[in-house]
Ligand binder design. Structure first.
Ligand SMILES: O=C(O)CCC(=O)C(=O)O
Length: 262
C-alpha cells in the first residue's frame, strides 16, 4: 500500500486523505465484534477506569452508559492491535512520516449512540499530543504525527460525521478557545477559520481517513437512529512523544520491516 505524490501533497496541503473501502466487510465484522465487547464491558464498568489494559472514559446515563472514548482499546482487544499494525494503515503512516518506524500512540474506540450527546468540538490533534513543556517535539518538521480514523459504521450526514477544514494543515498550531457550536459556533474560532472551507465527510464502513496534527476537525451529535463508531489509530515520528499514554503497551514501536516480511 503506497500513497501517490498527489495523496501526500493533499495530506500536507489540504489536511486529510480519504481512502474508501480500505477494509472489507468481513474485516469490519471482526472490528464490530471487538466494539460490541467494549460496549459490554463499558456497561458493566459504568465509570471511568483502567481495566484489562484499556482506559475507559465513561459517564453514567440512567441505566445505560455514555462512552466518551476508550483509550488504547487494543489493550483488551488484541484484534484491534492487529488492525493498528496492518500495512494498510501503517504503510501510509510511515510514508507520510518519512520514517521506517513509528511510536503507536493511539488505538482508540469512539462510539456515538443515537442521542447520547457525544461530540468532539473543533480542535487540532496537536493540542492532545503536545501537553505542555517537554511532552512533544516536532522532529520531522512536518508535524511528526499521523492520525487515522477507520469508519466502523457508514458515516452519514445524520450520525455525527467528521468535518475537516480545508487548508488547516498549513495553519500550524492555533488556539480554538471555548465556544458553543449550537449557539454561536464562531465565537472563539481562529480568524483563519472560514465556513466555506468546512468539508463534511461521509463514507461506507471500511473507509479510512488520514489526517495530520494541525488539521482542524470536529464531529457533532449523532441524530440518527443507529450507532456511529470510529476506530482511531495514531502514529508518531520516533522520539516525538515524551508523554505516557494510558493502556498496556501504548506507545509501542512499530517497524515497516516487521510487516512486509509477515
Ligand atoms: O470520533 C470522532 O468523530 C472524533 C474524532 C476526533 O476528533 C479525533 O480523532 O481527533
Amino acid at each position: 500500500m503506497k500513497l501517490s505524490q498527489q495523496q501526500i501533497d493533499e495530506f500536507y496541503d489540504v489536511g486529510w486523505i480519504t481512502i474508501p473501502d480500505l477494509f472489507c466487510p468481513e474485516e469490519i465484522k471482526v472490528i464490530r465484534g471487538c466494539f460490541d465487547d467494549l460496549l459490554f464491558r463499558a456497561r458493566r464498568l459504568r465509570t471511568t477506569q483502567t481495566t484489562d489494559g484499556s482506559y475507559f472514559v465513561l459517564a453514567e446515563d440512567g441505566d445505560d452508559v455514555i462512552i466518551k472514548r476508550i483509550v488504547w482499546a487494543g489493550g483488551c482487544q488484541p484484534e484491534l492491535l492487529k488492525i493498528g499494525e496492518d500495512p494498510r494503515l501503517l504503510g501510509p503512516a510511515l510514508q507520510l512520516l518519512g520514517s521506517d518506524s513509528t511510536d503507536h500512540l493511539l488505538s482508540q474506540a469512539h462510539f456515538k449512540k443515537p442521542g447520547d450527546g457525544v461530540s468532539f468540538d473543533w480542535h487540532q490533534d496537536i493540542s492532545h499530543r503536545d501537553r505542555g513543556p517537554e511532552t512533544w517535539e516536532d522532529i520531522n518538521g512536518r508535524g511528526s504525527y499521523v492520525q487515522t480514523a477507520l469508519c466502523v459504521d457508514d458515516m452519514t450526514i445524520e450520525n455525527g460525521p467528521l468535518m475537516f477544514v480545508k487548508g488547516s494543515a498549513k495553519w500550524g498550531r492555533v488556539d480554538f478557545g471555548q465556544h458553543d457550536y449550537d449557539k454561536d459556533y464562531e465565537s472563539g474560532l481562529p480568524d483563519c477559520f472560514e465556513d466555506k472551507n468546512i468539508v463534511t465527510i461521509t463514507g461506507r464502513a471500511g473507509t479510512v481517513l488520514f489526517f495530520g496534527p494541525y488539521t482542524a476537525h470536529a464531529s457533532f451529535q449523532n441524530s440518527s437512529k443507529s450507532l456511529r463508531r470510529v476506530f482511531i489509530n495514531g502514529y508518531a515520528y520516533p522520539g516525538a512523544n515524551h508523554f505516557e499514554y494510558p493502556g498496556e503497551g501504548s506507545g509501542r514501536a512499530l517497524r515497516r520491516v516487521q510487516f512486509e516480511s509477515e
